[in-house]
Design a protein around this ligand. Structure first.
Ligand code: HEC
Length: 109
């Protein structure tokens, strides 16, 4: 490999990191919404099952709270500290609620 190819490879990978920081496709997929809690929820909920299970839901905050408790008590999800739990709860209820659910369904091809 020449220095020139190496340099351009480095450039390309730096570029893709920059793009991500600027809001390009999330490492969890283009349709995994950005915002506070996105990385945390993606990593945590995606550790055991497909994020499709999460994306297909349209739940109220109360119901998401119950899902978190259910994941914890029955499915082996580690207990979250208060800060992380509320970050993830906010993220889920902001991005996967009954309204966003209807919008996603309507925009499906
Ligand atoms: C330790 C593993 C684990 C983690 C972490 C986990 N889950 Fe689950 N989850 C499961 C299992 C196992 C099931 C299937 C339970 C069943 O259907 O009996 C499930 C099912 C679900 C379902 C039900 C889907 C349906 O069919 O209705 C939802 C919603 C869900 N998980 C959301 C989440 C969210 C949100 C997170 C992150 C905050 C999360 N899960 C993290 C193990 C996990």
């Amino acid at each position: 490999m020449t220095i020139k190819t190496l340099t351009s490879l480095l450039f390309v990978s730096a570029l893709s990191l920059t793009n991500y920081a600027n809001g390009a496709e999330s490492p969890f997929g283009a349709d995994w919404p950005e915002g506070p809690g996105s990385q945390e929820a993606g990593a945590l909920c995606g550790a055991c099952h497909s994020l499709a299970l999460v994306k297909q839901q349209g739940l109220s905050k109360e119901s998401w709270d119950e899902v978190l408790t259910w994941m914890q008590e029955e499915q082996g999800m580690p207990e979250l500290n208060e800060e992380l739990r509320s970050l993830i709860l906010e993220y889920l209820s902001k991005n996967f609620n009954p309204e966003t659910h209807a919008q996603r369904r309507n925009s499906a091809p």
